[in-house]
Design a protein around this ligand. Structure first.
Ligand SMILES: Nc1ncnc2c1ncn2[C@@H]1O[C@H](COP(=O)(O)OP(=O)(O)O)[C@@H](O)[C@H]1O
Ligand SMILES: [Mg+2]
Length: 246
């Protein structure tokens, strides 16, 4: 596999909200990048909603979707180092278990992945301003990782405010936003002329390229590999060129 050089290797997949499609986009990106000779691996630094010690549903979805032999990938403790039971914001999940989120461990795992020549595709938790501890937000963690961001958002009604707030926050921190991905997690009632204008307004007013527009994909809820393959067909790696050494 070709290694990237000269740029901070990796991407951060952020979302305007929880449930917007970050895990699906992470999986589709890992799959496409690996197909293009980039040694991409998923990294979920803070994973809530893991009901038992070995559970990591987002990571498992990505691994199932990417269809790589799990033996060829780093161990799950490295790919999802901070897992919590409750399916809620990290600050609450950590408080309920009376356990702090180990920030040093997260950055140590990230370093180890990079040192192993891997290209981490990092999935955030929730939206940018989700609290991680009494002192840090998800945005602070992302900012400290120095990674370019792919922002997953909707095309449906209400997306303009959420997307522009997220873009404004990222740019205020001088975080590079590489592209947005539009994704539809459900069939929604937004008329197409509004959805189309939302996407155009985000690209033009937000001055951000579009990496893809993934429609709602029905009938694949129990088949991650099929869902990820279909989603990947709607993504275009060209805007990522400089960030993946291509
Ligand atoms: N384009 C899509 N078509 C069909 N189902 C989708 C699509 N995008 C996401 N989903 C499903 O919607 C749910 C939320 O998506 P997910 O990627 O887990 O969001 P997030 O990681 O932002 O919380 C998951 O069950 C996922 O499989
Ligand atoms: Mg997720």
């Amino acid at each position: 596999m070709i290694m990237t050089s000269g740029i901070s290797p990796g991407l951060f997949v952020a979302g305007t909200d929880t449930g917007v499609g970050k895990t699906l986009v992470t999986a589709a990106l890992v799959k496409l990048l690996r197909r293009n000779g980039v040694a991409a691996v998923p990294f979920k630094p803070i994973h809530t909603g893991c009901p038992h010690a070995q559970a990591a549903p987002d990571l498992d979805f990505v691994l199932a979707g990417v269809e790589e032999d799990p033996g060829s990938l780093p161990p799950r403790d490295l790919l999802a180092p901070c897992r919590f039971r409750h399916p809620c914001s990290p600050h609450l999940a950590a408080r309920l278990e009376q356990r702090a989120i180990d920030i040093a461990r997260i950055f140590d795992c990230l370093r180890r992945l990079r040192r192993g020549g891997l290209f981490p595709v990092v999935e955030g938790t929730g939206g940018l301003m989700v609290p991680v501890s009494p002192y840090y937000s998800m945005l602070d963690i992302l900012s400290a990782m120095s990674l370019p961001v792919v922002l997953v958002t909707r095309r449906s009604l209400g997306t303009l405010n959420h997307t522009f707030l997220s873009l404004a926050l990222l740019r205020q921190r001088l975080i590079r936003v590489v592209a947005v991905v539009f994704n539809a997690v459900q069939q929604d009632a937004t008329p197409e002329y509004i959805a189309r204008d939302n996407a155009r307004t985000i690209r033009e007013w937000g001055r951000v390229p579009q990496l893809g527009n993934i429609p709602f994909i029905p009938g694949c809820a129990d088949r991650p590999a099929a869902l990820v393959s279909r989603a990947a067909e709607h993504l275009d790696l060209i805007p990522l060129g400089p960030w993946i050494g291509k």
